[in-house]
Design a protein around this ligand. Sequence first.
Ligand code: X90
Length: 278
Amino acid sequence: MAYRIALDSSSNVTALDGVEFASAPLTIITDERQFVDNETIDLDAMLKYLSAYKGRSSTSCPNVGDWLNAFADAEGVFVVTITSALSGSYSSAMQAREVYLQMHPDRKVCVLDSLSTGPEMALIAEKLRELINSGLGFEEIETEIRNYMAEHSHLIFVLKSLNNMARNGRVSPIVAKAVGLLGIHILGEAGSKGTLESLHKTRGEKSAVKLMVEEMKKRGFKGGKVRIAQCQNSTGAVAFANLIREEFPFCDIHVTHTTGLCSYYAEIGGIMVGYESE
Ligand code: X90
C-alpha cells in the first residue's frame, strides 16, 4: 500500500523528502485582502501589511475540498491537523475522510488531532515518514504514532505579542492581559487538551530562552530531536539552539521560519519549538 502524509499549513512544513506529502492551506483574512498559506505566499509582504493595517483580521481553516486535494489519490493517508481546540481544521479533515472513503471504500485515512501546531506537527510528520519507510502496516503505524504523540512530542514557545490570538478569542483574557506590556515575553506550551497554556511572563529574550530549556528538561527532554520555527527572529532561534547545544552537543536541531498561519498568530519575534522527551 502506498502511503501519503497530509498536514495543514500550520505545520510550517512545505516539503518532506522521501515520502508522498501535501499541505492543506489555512488562510489569513482582512477586510481588504486574503493570504492563502501555500507556496505563493509572500511572508514579508504579509507581515509588513499586517503591521500597518488597523482593521479586523482573522483566519480560516482548510475546507473539505482543500483536504481532498491533499489526499490526492493515495491508498493510505495519514493526516495531521492543528489542535481541534483552536481550529476547525480537524473537523474539516474528518469530513473529507468520510467523502474520500465513500469514493474509495478500500482505502484508509487516519486523521490525527495534534492538540498542538507548528514544529510539533513537523516532528509527528517526520516520525510518520520513519514508520512508513520501515515497512509497517497502516494500523501498526497508527498505534505507534499515537503513542509518540501522547508520550514523546511537545510544543513550547516564546511570544512577544498575543494580539492576534486575543483578537480572535484563541487565548483566555487573563493570558491576553499580560501582553502588550513593553518587553514582556510570554512563555507557553500546548497543554494536554490542545489549548495555549501560559508558563512564565519574563522580561528579555535571553531569560525567556533559558527558561524554555529548563521547562523542556522538566518535561523529560534529554537531547532528543528539536525543531524550531521562528518569525523574523533567527537571532533568537539560533541563541536558543546554541543554549541547547551547550548541554546536548549532538542534539539534532533544525531551524526554519514560520509560514503564513503561524506568522500571523506567533507574530514578529515569536519562536516555536517542537521537542522530544524520553
Ligand atoms: O482555523 C483557524 O482559523 C486557525 C486558528 C489557529 C489558532 C492558533 C494558532 C497558533 C499559532 C501560536 C503559538 C502556539 C499556540 C499553541 C496552542 C496549542 C502559533
